[in-house]
Design a protein around this ligand. Structure first.
Ligand SMILES: [Zn+2]
Ligand SMILES: [Zn+2]
Length: 390
C-alpha cells in the first residue's frame, strides 16, 4: 500500500510534478487551499460583493462553485449567482444543464440560464448546419463564434444583475494553453490584454479565475471524491479547435517533464506586471509603434487627447478631482476622450462601431440568405430540367 505523505492513510493519487502521494482527504484539502491561496494572493473575493459565477455543468465550474460557496460563507455580505450559457447544442448542453441544476440545488442556489437563442436569435447547431450546407461560404471555426458569443452573453448577464465580478472556471491547463496559443499565434496584443485574474476593461464586469493553480486532471478527481454532479461529455464541435492541439501537446510534455504547466503559469505571472504596464502605455499612445492614420490631422488630435490624459494623470497624482475636468472635455469636444464607444446595434461597450458579437450575427445572417438563395436556384434548375425531360 502506498501511504499518503501527509497523514499515512492509503494514497489515492500520485502527483508527479511535486513527487507526492496523497489520500483523498489530504488531496481535497490541498486542492481547496490552492483556490484559497489564489483568492488571497490576487484579492479575488471581497466583502459585500455580488459574484456572478459562470457555470457550464462541467467539472471545472462545478468544483469552482462548490469551493466558492464554502469560501463565501465566511465573507460578510457576499453572495453568489450561478449563471449558465446555453449555446443550443442538442445532446450536449441540455444534458449539462441538468447536472448544473442538480449542483445548484445541492448548494441551495438558484441557477439562471441565458441562451444564444434569446440573445442572438440563433444556436450553435444552426450555425454548424449552415456551415455544412455551404462549406465554401467562409464560416469561421465553431469555437471562434462560440467564444465571442459566450463572453458577450456572460458579460451582459453579469451587468444586468449588477454583479461586481464574474467568476470563470479556467484551470491551470486553460491558462497555460491560452498563454502558449497567444505566443504561437504571435499575438502580443492579446497576450497583453489576457490577464489571469482580472480583465478590467470599461463596460465589462471584471473576471476572476479562482482555479488558476488547479491542474485539469485534479479538478476531475476532486469532483469524483466530493461526488459533485457534473457532465462528462465533450462539445461535439470542439475537434475543430487549435486549442485541442495545444492541449494534447501540453499533456504529452507534462507526462515527459512533470511541472511544465506550473512553470508556464509562473513564467506568465512573472511578466504580468510588465504586460499590464504595456497595456496602460498602449491606451495612452495607441499609435505607438504603428503607422499613423491617413494624415497628420488625426495624429495631432491624438496627441492632443494624449496630452489631456497626461494632464489628468498629473492632476490625479495631486489628488484633485478629475471628474470636473472630464465634464469640461465633454463640453468642449462633444465626446469623451476615451476610445471606447457603444456598439450601434446592441449598445454594449466596444472599441469598434459594431461589437464582435453583432458583426458575427450580421455576417451569419448574410451567409444564411446566400445559402438559401443558392438552394432556391438549384431547386429551380432541377424543376426546369425535369420539365425538359417530360
Ligand atoms: Zn492524507
Ligand atoms: Zn453589439
Amino acid at each position: 500500500m502506498v501511504k499518503c505523505n501527509k497523514c499515512s492513510k492509503e494514497a489515492v493519487v500520485k502527483l508527479h510534478y511535486n513527487k507526492t502521494d496523497l489520500c483523498g482527504n489530504c488531496f481535497c484539502d490541498q486542492f481547496e487551499n490552492r483556490v484559497k491561496n489564489a483568492n488571497k494572493e490576487f484579492k479575488l473575493i471581497e466583502l459585500n460583493q455580488k459574484i456572478a459565477v459562470g457555470i457550464s455543468g462541467g467539472k471545472d465550474s462545478a468544483a469552482m462553485l462548490y469551493i466558492l460557496h464554502k469560501i463565501v460563507e465566511k465573507v460578510h455580505g457576499t453572495t453568489l449567482q450561478p449563471i449558465l450559457i446555453d449555446e443550443g447544442i442538442l445532446g450536449y448542453r441540455n444534458e449539462a444543464i441538468k447536472k448544473a441544476q442538480a449542483l445548484c440545488e445541492k448548494l441551495g442556489l438558484e441557477l439562471k440560464v441565458f441562451s444564444y437563442r434569446d440573445g442572438f436569435k440563433l444556436t450553435m447547431d444552426e450555425i454548424m448546419d449552415l456551415k455544412k450546407a455551404n462549406p465554401k461560404a467562409g464560416f469561421e471555426r465553431s469555437c471562434t463564434y462560440c467564444g465571442v458569443f459566450r463572453k458577450t452573453l456572460l458579460n451582459k448577464a453579469a451587468l444586468e444583475m449588477k454583479a461586481d465580478t464574474l467568476a470563470i472556471g479556467h484551470n491551470l491547463d486553460d491558462i497555460a494553453q491560452t498563454f502558449l496559443m497567444n505566443m504561437f499565434h504571435n499575438e502580443p496584443e492579446r497576450l497583453k490584454r489576457f490577464d489571469v485574474i482580472n480583465d478590467e476593461v470599461e463596460g465589462f464586469v471584471p473576471r476572476i479565475k479562482p482555479l488558476i493553480y488547479n491542474p485539469e486532471k485534479e479538478v476531475a478527481l476532486y469532483c469524483e471524491l466530493k461526488r459533485l454532479p457534473y457532465f462528462r461529455g465533450e462539445c461535439p464541435y470542439s475537434n475543430e479547435s487549435f486549442r485541442g492541439e495545444i492541449k494534447n501537446f501540453l499533456n504529452n510534455l507534462e507526462q515527459k517533464f512533470p511541472g511544465v504547466k506550473f512553470n508556464l503559469l509562473r513564467a506568465y505571472l512573472s511578466m504580468r506586471g510588465e504586460l499590464q504596464k504595456a497595456v496602460e502605455f498602449d491606451k495612452m499612445f495607441p499609435n505607438n509603434g504603428k503607422k499613423k492614420g491617413n494624415n497628420g490631422k488625426n495624429g495631432n488630435k491624438q496627441e492632443l487627447e494624449n496630452s489631456q490624459k497626461i494632464a489628468e494623470m498629473i492632476v490625479n497624482a495631486g489628488s484633485f478631482s478629475i471628474a470636473k475636468q472630464k465634464d469640461a472635455d465633454l463640453q468642449t469636444t462633444g465626446k469623451p476622450t476615451s476610445t471606447i464607444t457603444k456598439c450601434k446595434n446592441c449598445g454594449q461597450n466596444s472599441s469598434t462601431q459594431l461589437c464582435k458579437a453583432c458583426s458575427f450575427v450580421i455576417e451569419i445572417g448574410r451567409k444564411k440568405m446566400e445559402t438559401e438563395g443558392q438552394n432556391r436556384a438549384i431547386g429551380g434548375k432541377q424543376k426546369k430540367s425535369i420539365k425538359k425531360f417530360d
